[in-house]
Design a protein around this ligand. Sequence first.
Ligand code: GMT
Length: 371
Amino acid sequence: MRIGITCHPSAGGSGVLATELGIALAERGHTVHFVAPENPFRLTEYHENVYSHAVSTAMYPLFQQPPGALALAAKIAEVAEEFGVDLWHAHYAIPNASSAILARDMLPPEKRFQIVTTLHGTDITLVGTDPSFYRVTLHAMRNSNAVTAVSDWLKHETEREFVLERPIRTIHNFLDMDRFTPTTARRSKLAEPDEKIVMHVSNFRPVKRVTDVVRVFKRILERMPARLIMIGDGPERLSAVGVAKQLGIADRIKYLGNQERIETVIPCADVILQPSEHESFGLVALEAMACEVPVIGTDSGGVREVVEHGVTGYLCEVGDTEAMAGYALALFNDPERAREMGRQGRVRALERFSREIIIPQYEALYRELVA
Ligand code: GMT
């Protein structure tokens, strides 16, 4: 099949997932065309059957901002027509699904493609339900041929907020389990042997509650030597820096910024700490589980479908930094329990969220639509 994919190219779960999906589909013999404002950040090397087309947005003095969604639509239409694309997969409703719909409608009927839109979370919970974007999000879903969500929780949230004619299908996120493995080769570069490594990975948006990460870490530090490794970047990073200074623990924290090869860093952690307000899925939690690292997260959103409380990690009330620190300390004091939790995490990831399990679900959906 000839498949087009549009995603946000910057560091973020939806772009990562879209890129991994495209690579996996290409390995299974499909031809995949990425169209995005720039090369997706995890698409770093050559893959047979994968093509990447960057969108260029012309500026004109009348425009206050570059009309990115229109330029994206124009590029999708151009690529679809040139390469005879059968199906376009838009990741994140706005603007990606809207641009794909416009592109399809601009093409002559015999060149039109099917559209699958995958909802990733904030496109519904923060953007789509905002009154200024509600109608356009609804239009994007109604005018796609199929809509998928990355968790049952997100499916139900979306169906509660929007009246849709067709049900949304859940297709969970997945990982390349051969890439995310337990390997601690770089541990000594991050911490001293007697220090526990607490790690957080995100785009540092308010929903991630990064200052909670620092507060949990402070409680841990009161009991044992440890390091906090913060990966990613975003608007709340300075708040984390500020709170760490106030608490007098700034020198115990390393900020690594965005890491392209996250699979080399995550396995070095003793625990991954993701205290988000909500997560539609929590791809980082899955990455940690695949690397046999226990997860401490929040009992909200789709993370409950990923992390099994008490088995592959612990889920606490949002904001309960005391409970999170308590669970981390309990794991640090019982290494055998921590190891077993890590092992269970990888087993769960393999059984439910591997490429081999999830990709056929997308392929079946594509085949249904293209037939
Ligand atoms: O977390 C973000 O704000 C980024 C966002 C994205 O689109 O890149 O992440 C969402 O999609 C990921 C991939 O499906 C999910 O694993 C994240 O849970 C989800 N984030 C939220 O729901 C907050």
